[in-house]
Structure formats: C-alpha cells, structure tokens
Design a protein around this ligand. Structure first.
Ligand code: FAD
Length: 505
C-alpha cells in the first residue's frame, strides 16, 4: 500500500532515488517514488561500491551489498601476443582492516541486483515503485509543489511538499529548475560497455564483456571464445558536468541528475548515494517541523565542493588513461571516499580547532587516522562492552548510528563527569537524539540523568579512533548520516550545535 498524500515525490527509481526514498521512510516520512520505465532496468552498469558507501548501506540496514557483493578480482597481465601470464595485481588499492574501518575492501555489485535489493527494503515500509509513471513538469510555491505526471497516456496532477529529482543525466527536474550543467563533452572518447557472457578455452572464469566489440575481444583473446549472450550493451559518451546548486526552493536534484563524469574510478553511483543520504535526514527534520528550512541549504553547500573535486579526480584518471592508451589500476586510497568531509559546513562545530588552524577546503580529503575534525566521517570502534545491561553485551559504534537520529557520544573518565552534559540533552526529542557514554574503564555509579547507553571501551578502540585521552572529557555529536557534526567540551557546545539544527533548541 502506498500512501495517499506523501509529502515527498521521488522522481526516478535508479539507485539514488531508491536510497533517497529509503532514508526518508526510515525517518518516518512517507514518499511516493515514480519511474518512467515500465520494467526494472537490466544491465549491471556501475558495480564498484567503495567503503564509504558500504558504511552508508550499513547504516540503512542494507547489509546485502557487503554480504552478497563480490571482492574485486585481481587483474592478470599477459605477455603481448601470448597467453603467458606476466603478472597478477590488485585492481583496487589495498587497505588493512582496522576497528575504525570495518568495511575496508570495495565490493562489486551490479546495479540490477542493487536495485532489486533496495526495492525490497522499500517494500518493508509498504512502499513500491510506481513503474511507467513519468514526471512531465512541476510548479512550486512557498507551501508546496504541484507535479504533472503521466501514466499510460493519462495525466495526473499531484500535490506534494517536496520533489527529489533522481531522474538521471537527462534530468527533467534539473532542466526545469534552470540549474546550469556546465562542463565539457568529450566527443573524441567513446566507451562501449555491456554485460556480455562468453566462454573461452583456457579462460578460467566466465567473462562478462556491436560487432566491433566482439571482434576486439576475439582479437585480444588468444583462444577460441564463444559469445553466449549479450545481456545489455550501451555506448557511453563522456560528459563531465555538474550543477551550480543542488536545489531550488522545495525541489532537489541528486545523483546523475546533478553530476555526470567519466566512469573511471567508479565514483558516480557512490557519489549519488551519498548525495541522497546527506539530504534525507535534513529533509525529514524540516518536514517534521523540527528544523528550519535553512538547514536544507547545507545540502547543496556540503555536496558542491565534494562533487567538484570528484569530477577533477575522475577526469584526471581518464586523461592519464587516454594519454597512455592503457587502462591501468588506480591505486589511490582516495577512491575509498573515506576522507570525504564537510569541515567547511556552517552547521558543524569544532571547539578544538580554531578557524586560524583550518586549512583550505579539501572536501574529498585524505584518510588521516591521526587527525579528526567536525565534518569528518565518524570512525567505528568494535568490542565495546555495554555496562549495566542485564547481560554483558558487546557492540560497535556503527551499531549505534542510524539515519533517523543524532548520536551524542560523551567520552568521560566516569559517569559522574558525564552527568552534567547528559542533563543538557533532556530537552531534546529522544526520537531524534540519543546518547552514549564511553568510559575508559568499567563503572558502577548510576548517573542522575541517564544516557541511553553506557559503554566500556575495553580495547581502547573508541578512545583511539576519536583521539581522546583516557582522563579527558570530550563530546562528539554524530549526525544521522554518520558524519561528525560537533566536537565540543560539554553541554554548552552541544546546545550551540543543536541550535543550528533544531528549531527552538
Ligand atoms: C559503464 C559504466 C560503469 C560505471 N561504473 C560505476 C562504478 O563502478 N561505480 C559507480 O559509483 N558508478 C559507476 N557508474 C555510474 C553509475 O552507473 C551512475 O552514476 C548511476 O546509475 C546513477 O544513478 P541515478 O539513480 O542517479 O541515475 P539512473 O541510474 O540513471 O536512474 C535514473 C532513473 O530515473 C528515471 N527517469 C528519468 N526521467 C524520469 C521522469 N521524468 N519521470 C520518472 N522517472 C524518470 C530513469 O528511467 C532511470 O531509471 C558507471 C556508469 C557506467 C555507464
């Protein structure tokens, strides 16, 4: 059953639209999601899922991407003109797992399967994609948006509060908003991609790869091969473009609707998913009347610098590949997207870094485990022992973070030290703010104001990842998108942070 008057219309049921819808539903916001195609799309397209996106899927409870996704296979290089192997090497950079980075290896999952998995998650909220339903146009005013939809030749007028345009590279939402889409088209580069199943004598795994393509594969593979099936094939024209802003009034764009670029580096879908995740919790708070509309401006402000750097990086990979004529593996851990940050955002607060110390914006960032600021990705920590529960229970910090609430982590030497800070939290709506005290040693004292959880960091992983000394009191507010919203000394800092998020805070 879909809702009768959902306040959000999501246009496009590619991965980005599906993630936007799921994030909102988990936040308790009903959505209507439409897709102009009559049937789910076939073809795997963007398969590379990088660790930061795996974290996003984890927060959303979509564990299948990590559990069913395949590890990247090693690449094998042959002596030219022979089947004699020269070397095997990794196609992706190697990163050792740590308690702070549990998803340390990229996974491969084609978009066709990802879409199926995400649609199943929507169904848990009684929300299904309305296939064969196209957005034709819309008009917005201060109170809402009126969309004109078309289904089986029948026109429908639909009133809603917000529209998220996740309608791909040719986005009608972007065009109608009049957003610029500046950049370049590389007509000299044509990339043909597809899912082709073939078998060949002496080839030890089934390869998934127009006449020229078959001839090229056959000429490069020095063994007899049989083309079994062409599942999907497309001619990819390289466009490198992005919007000047991600929203106008009550209408937003996300994913390919907002940015297109070379598939080199496999950042496209991942970036789109992260756009949707950044927007979802903010839109939910505004729709619930808990936050002011101005919070939505930070969606554009936080994503523009990230996407701009992403375009630069993927274009540089493309240029190197075309100049050398080789498709070599890119070994930069920056592709993992774990360094992406919004330290520059107006709604993050860091009392431990003065503005003088702040460096120029490097939104794509680098992964530096020795430095942590508000606006960075919140690290994980494992083996945390729950104190005071009926049964001793171990948990991870990632197990606490969810897309529908902020999590306040109070690192304190004792519960007594944390009590004053927790008292400041009592005014906040428990459905959107939760708290945990992280102690460096086990405790038995009952606090005056009780946190949702008391955790003993028995291996010291949390203190190490969050760079806190054992005797120090330090408070981290983790946003619903797994980003550190604030690093502050105590209650005043928490209140100051939330005054930029919540109305009446
Ligand atoms: C060969 C190739 C390899 C790639 N590899 C990677 C990779 O490894 N990793 C990675 O991150 N990215 C990769 N990408 C990029 C990735 O495929 C795209 O970024 C991703 O599909 C974008 O998702 P989206 O949901 O924004 O848009 P889309 O997937 O394009 O979905 C948009 C949907 O909106 C629908 N729609 C459009 N207009 C309307 C309308 N008016 N009304 C209703 N519905 C509408 C469309 O039918 C479509 O289903 C690759 C791309 C290619 C081509």
């Amino acid at each position: 059953m879909n809702y009768v008057h959902p306040p959000v219309l999501v246009v496009g049921a590619g991965p980005v639209g599906l993630i936007a819808a799921l994030t909102l539903l988990q936040n308790g916001i009903p959505v209507r999601i439409i897709e102009k195609d009559h049937h789910p799309r076939i073809g795997q397209r963007g398969a590379g899922t990088w660790p930061r996106s795996l974290e996003v899927y984890n927060f959303l409870g979509v564990s299948e991407v990590n559990s069913l996704g395949k590890s990247a296979p090693p690449g094998r290089w042959y002596k030219p003109g022979t089947l004699e192997p020269l070397k095997d090497s990794l196609l992706v950079p190697h990163l050792e797992p740590t308690p702070a980075i549990p998803f340390h290896a990229p996974k491969l999952m084609g978009q066709q399967l990802l879409d199926v998995i995400l649609r199943r998650h929507l169904e848990k909220f009684s929300c299904s994609v309305e296939m064969g339903t196209e957005l034709r146009s819309f008009e917005q005013c201060d109170e809402g948006v009126t969309a004109i939809l078309a289904k089986n030749g029948i026109s429908e007028t639909f009133d809603t509060k917000w529209i998220i345009g996740a309608d791909g590279a040719k986005s009608i939402v972007r065009k109608q908003l009049g957003l610029t889409f500046l950049g370049e088209s590389r007509d000299d580069i044509q990339i043909v991609t597809g899912d082709i199943r073939l078998t060949g004598v002496g080839l030890d795994r089934v390869l998934r790869a127009e006449e020229l393509v078959f001839e090229t594969i056959a000429s490069l593979t020095l063994t007899e091969i049989t083309f079994n099936k062409v599942v999907w094939m497309g001619n990819f024209r390289t466009n490198i473009r992005m919007v000047n802003k991600f929203s106008e009034g009550r209408v937003f764009v996300a994913g390919d609707a907002a940015h297109v670029h070379s598939p080199m580096g496999g950042q496209g879908l991942n970036s789109g998913v992260q756009d949707a995740f950044n927007l979802g919790w903010k839109l939910a708070l505004v729709q619930k009347g808990l936050a002011d509309k101005s919070l939505l401006e930070t969606y554009s402000a936080e994503r523009l610098p990230v996407i701009s750097e992403m375009l630069e990086m993927t274009t540089s990979i493309l240029d190197k590949a075309t100049a050398s004529g080789k498709l070599s593996a890119v070994q930069s851990p920056i592709l993992y997207m774990l360094g992406i940050n919004c330290r520059f955002s107006t709604v993050v607060l860091d009392e431990f870094v003065t503005s003088v110390e702040r460096k120029p914006i490097n939104a794509y960032g680098v992964l530096d485990e020795g430095h942590l600021e508000a606006g960075d990705r919140a690290p994980d920590a494992s083996n945390m022992l729950q104190v005071g529960g009926a049964e001793p229970d171990t948990m991870t910090l990632f197990g606490l973070y969810r897309p529908w609430y902020h999590t306040m982590l109070v690192f304190a030497p004792s519960l007594a030290d944390a009590t004053l800070i927790l008292g400041a939290l009592e005014a906040y709506d428990k459905s959107v703010v939760r708290s945990a005290v992280i102690l460096p040693s086990p405790a038995s004292v009952t606090p005056v104001a009780s946190p949702d959880l008391v955790l003993f960091d028995r291996e010291g992983y949390a203190y190490s990842a969050y760079l806190v000394e054992a005797g120090q009191t330090k408070v981290f507010v983790i946003r619903p998108d797994g980003v550190i919203g604030a690093i502050v000394h105590g209650a005043e800092g928490v209140k100051k942070y939330f005054s930029n998020i919540f109305l009446d805070a």
